[in-house]
Design a protein around this ligand. Structure first.
Ligand SMILES: [Zn+2]
Length: 337
């Protein structure tokens, strides 16, 4: 794993070092077609995304868990087929290179399962050293290269930009990466999904940078927002136009966890009641091959389908509101604005 990660970092570094052939203006013109989202199998009309899980992790091949690749492919295909049979049409994969992304793996399991998969560019700061030495321009070029030309040595294009910050405030490296994501978003029209530390109101420091860079709030989703029980933090960001990724509901099952999954679900209902049905995503942050997470959440990518959504319905949420969150919001978000 370590050597593969090192390799991927070198690959990313090589990409950064290679001059991007096309001019920024030409590349934006090419990618600005609205209503198209790039999947691992090529471009797709956003209207065909259907029921979309907006934050999961599939494009990785955990050798230590599955041994040979064929076995891992078979396991992932089983999981994806099960999700498809339960009504999931699309999975957005938020695994950037520094979390061990294997884009060929994502392509193969998408083709074999029939599940539509959107891959990401970006970073998770698990390898901050790979960004410490790089300028905003260099990081922006890397993100744009993965969106316009392809990820690593493939022509599989990223359909979303993932960025992460680890606390409530920003390190200088995190700030540079956020600015790069903002510039790549503006240059290509591809939206941004983030990893936030919601309990420290991490979304607020992220959007400060996005706003300074002139990114529309409609192009940004703040992930892991349900980790907090501070409703004023959530409504504040939703009011400003940001989409709240409610993607950690399963975490409420962990022993000693302050905000139970039921409470997180009730907050979704309260946000709907407060008028923010158009500002919500639901997902499961399922991570293929993460055995600890699997123990906590045996339902995996179907946690919301089996638990949170039925509970929302019992709380009085209408089918059209569930559809708005799971189908209409992702379609709008991924239709380049
Ligand atoms: Zn995640």
């Amino acid at each position: 794993m370590a050597s593969r990660r090192a390799f991927l970092m070198q690959a990313a570094a090589a990409v950064v070092a290679t001059p991007v052939q096309m001019s920024r203006a030409a590349s934006s013109a090419r990618s600005a077609s609205t209503g198209i989202v790039q999947t691992v199998l090529g471009p797709l009309a956003a209207s065909k995304l259907g029921f979309t899980l907006t934050h999961e992790h599939i494009c990785r091949y955990p050798v230590r868990v599955y041994g040979d690749r064929a076995n891992a492919v078979a396991k992932a295909v089983d999981k994806l087929k099960e999700a498809r049979d339960s009504g999931v049409d699309t999975v957005v994969d938020l695994t950037p290179f520094d979390v061990g992304r294997d884009i060929r793996f994502g392509e193969e399991v998408s083709r074999k399962s029939g599940m539509q998969i959107v891959a990401c560019t970006g970073q998770h700061l698990f390898a901050p050293e790979s960004f410490n030495e790089r300028s905003i321009d260099e990081i922006t070029e890397l993100f744009i290269k993965e969106i316009e030309q392809g990820i690593e040595d493939t022509d599989i294009k990223a359909g979303v930009i993932k960025v992460a910050t680890v606390s409530g405030s920003l390190t200088p490296a995190e700030e540079r990466v956020l600015r790069s994501a903002a510039r790549a978003c503006k240059a290509t029209g591809v939206p941004i999904e983030t990893h936030t530390h919601a309990r420290e109101r991490g979304g607020e420091s992220q959007v400060e940078i996005f706003e300074a860079e002139g990114v529309s709030p409609a192009r940004v989703s703040l992930g892991h927002s349900d980790d907090t029980d501070d409703l004023s933090y959530l409504t504040g960001l939703a009011k400003r136009g940001y989409t709240l990724g409610m993607d950690h509901l399963f975490r409420g099952k962990a022993e000693g966890e302050k905000v139970s999954w039921q409470r997180r679900t009730e907050y979704v209902k309260q946000l709907i009641d407060a008028g923010f049905v158009d500002r919500l995503f639901l997902s499961n942050d399922w991570t293929f091959g993460d055995t600890e997470r699997e123990k906590l959440n045996p339902d995996g990518m179907l946690f919301n389908t089996r638990r949170s959504i039925p509970y929302l319905k019992r709380l009085g949420v209408a089918d059209r509101e569930i559809r708005a969150i799971t189908v209409d919001n992702p379609r709008r978000f991924f239709s380049r604005g």
